[in-house]
Ligand binder design. Structure first.
Ligand SMILES: [Zn+2]
Length: 330
């Protein structure tokens, strides 16, 4: 698998606090690309170091995502992203979304949350999503995507009252800047909903440790990132409920002059946690590799006509499963 696409790597410090004092907790990654996971000793952010350069990431999302994450790409292509997750989120945030709310979701994916928001009275919702495949699915299912990225988004005539980013920040190389850009679309006092994987949650194996996760969060480091971006944290939860397991959830409010103080992580306990959770990582890597081969084989047979001993590609209107890995939950 790895022979198909190899990223150019760069070394980095912590994007949250700027410190270069990191400790490597794990020296491998799911695909064997030479990516290590470092812990910032100042603020507790976990980040890949080395990691692909910005240009390599752009190339990856354009050309190689399906190769490395075939099962995720298929989920998107077949529209199986569970709407149940969006409904669980609506249940959680309903009280904070009064009539008249205007919501902007970063990483809207197939628009499941946008559609769920439409069930609330007088709530207007729009999404930002980089994947063209997700744009098409969202359009078909109902949901308004208004830009590919925050950079393409004009300042709205009336600022949004709410912003949401579900499982997006772990895919960003600069989560503070991403949240600041999202905050620029919000009215002062506007509400932010964020969810990311919780590295202190019930994870195990290489599911978390791969090139599409340049950032990984613990409760304190997520709080720090959100505060640095100009939001006052009102609620921070560790979720272990069905469909929302192993996640951190933050509700925060845009506010001027928010103070942000880094909290040094407990290095010994995190080293122990990583040792324990990644004890069987070699076996896990083999499992992912075999799974990838199996999916590729299945796709090959689904896309080609083998009848009569002749191999012909079947016509398909499916566009590429190009990544939306910076998007919600995938
Ligand atoms: Zn840091």
């Amino acid at each position: 698998m790895t022979s198909r696409w190899q990223p150019t790597l760069e070394s980095t410090g912590c994007n949250a606090c700027g410190s270069r004092k990191g400790r490597t907790l794990f020296a491998h990654d799911r695909h064997g690309l030479g990516l290590a996971t470092d812990l910032c000793l100042r603020c507790g952010l976990l980040y890949l170091n080395p990691r692909p350069t910005a240009a390599a990431y752009a190339d990856f999302y354009e050309h190689a995502y399906e190769t490395y994450f075939p099962s995720r790409a298929r989920l998107i292509a077949h529209q199986n992203i569970p709407a149940d997750t969006a409904l669980r989120r609506i249940e959680a945030y309903r009280e904070l979304l009064p009539p008249g709310s205007r919501v902007l979701e970063l990483g809207a994916g197939d628009g499941a949350f946008l559609r769920a928001l439409a069930t609330l009275p007088q709530v207007d919702a729009a999404g930002v999503e980089p994947s063209t495949l997700c744009h098409r699915i969202c359009r078909e299912l109902g949901g308004r995507i208004i830009a590919n990225s925050l950079e393409d988004l004009p300042r709205p005539a009336a600022p949004y009252t709410h912003a949401a980013a579900f499982h997006v920040l772990e895919h960003c190389v600069n989560p503070v800047e991403t949240l600041r850009a999202l905050g620029a679309q919000l009215a002062e006092g506007g509400t932010l909903f964020v969810e990311v994987p919780n590295l202190r949650g019930h994870w195990r194996g290489l599911g978390m440790i791969h090139l599409a996760h340049p950032m990984m969060f613990l409760p304190d480091s997520l709080r720090y990132v959100v505060e640095r971006a100009g939001f006052a944290v009102e609620k921070l939860e560790e979720l272990e409920t069905p469909l929302l397991e192993c996640s951190l959830r933050v509700v925060a409010r845009k506010q001027a002059n928010v103070s942000a103080a880094p909290v040094a992580p407990d290095l010994a306990s995190l080293e122990s946690l990583f040792r324990q959770r990644l004890r069987w990582w070699r076996l896990d890597r083999c499992r992912y590799q075999v799974q990838g081969w199996f999916i590729a084989l299945k796709e090959h047979y689904a896309n080609h006509d083998h009848r009569g001993g002749r191999l012909r590609r079947r016509p398909s209107d499916q566009s590429s499963g190009r990544s939306r890995a910076r998007s919600a939950g995938l």
